[in-house]
Design a protein around this ligand. Sequence first.
Ligand SMILES: [Fe+2]
Ligand SMILES: [Fe+2]
Length: 469
Amino acid sequence: MSINYAEKIPNNVDLAHDRTLQRALEHWQPHFLQWWHEMGPSDFEKADVYLRTATSVDAKGWATYGAVKMPDYRWGIFLADQEPERKIGFGDQMGQPAWQQVPGEHRSTLRRLIVTQGDTEPASVEQQRLLGHLCPSLYDLRNLFQINVEEGRHLWAMVYLLHAYFGRDGREEAEELLARHSGDADKPRILTTFNEPISDWLSLYCFTYFTDRDGKYQLKSFAESGFDPLSRTCRFMLTEEAHHMFVGETGIGRVVRRTLEVMKELGTDDPARIRAHGAVDLPLLQKYLNFWCSSSLDLFGSEISSNAAASFANGLKGRPDESQYADHVLRDVSLKLDTPEGAQEVPMLNALNEVMRESYLKDCEIGLKRWNRAIERAGHEFRLTLPSSRFRRAIGSWVGLPVDPSGKLLPKDEYERRLHEWVPSPEDKAFVKSLMQKVIEPGKMAAWVAPPDRGINNLPLDYEYVHLA
Ligand SMILES: [Fe+2]
Ligand SMILES: [Fe+2]
């Protein structure tokens, strides 16, 4: 079904034929717009931004480009096409028809899963609210805004499910999604990573690399869900999500490239001299990777989790790419987990958060290989690495333990003394902040980051991706 743009809320769910739902969502819409106005990108509402908008969910229409003022972006409800006779692909009800309605016994769990996912979407917009003022180029500014409007649309995706399938509780949850705010002392966002401030673009690149990738893994596991509307919503969200990680991977790659140029120019790998030249030394980049990777790893939850076991067994949340596994029921298998008390054999169902975390880390390695190849080619021995998943845990069996990024348990005082060798110190953050000078001349780049290989949608790099009013 194509998307009807004549409607107030563009959608491919035939909203016009469900007046009650349509009215409820049209009631929520001005609240969303007010939230965008107050909590979305500050001071850029009048700018024309070269954005892609979905006009249908097929390959031709999902990315239609044009200049749009962000408040006029057509946020809407787009589900991937329904697969006829889709079956539940895992858990104890494997092979049964997928549900088109919420099964009563799973109602509160599903609602919690949808609210938790939905909460992250507007949270990231709030976290990135002030970054436009420090953009390294118009190309980057446009990418930031593209991500922001799409996270807004992902909120719509979850709010649609809440309104359409969860009645009054769902409508209340939809209001709450606009009432919590990132970093708010009284009403913070649900997950810690989404309350961390993002006040510089190095953090944005790391966030989009690591945290949006967590988003990809969550969406992939929901794409497997037996609750078909959730699956269809998430399958379409994944097409949008890919760009967010692209911004992270190419962003960090461009930082590495610029740093290597400066190292070559100066003939040194001395961090102090590289910083004096206005670039990010590689050990400093490593600290940012350590911070955002470890923070994002917490989003997968405890290694041992009865919630994860129940969600899988009940067919609510599968593993990313469920079909690549041989066993989809997991009743008679176990996994050996490393805990501070030694190796522990855990029923596989209870270890699914860890299974997901491990496949996530494998995906994270891909960018590191690419960046390290560039460093190697430039003749340097330094290598970027991912921190051990025991490092800086705020959840699970390694919570609060003094472990270094290589996974080694240290005496507590040594850990505390050395922590800023591994994650950014206040001085590191102040230095990175000092690099953030706004560059808005078409085609120009800030001095700490190399230009991208190509522009958006085959346009030249010096295209005016954002026309500032
Ligand atoms: Fe998202
Ligand atoms: Fe995202």
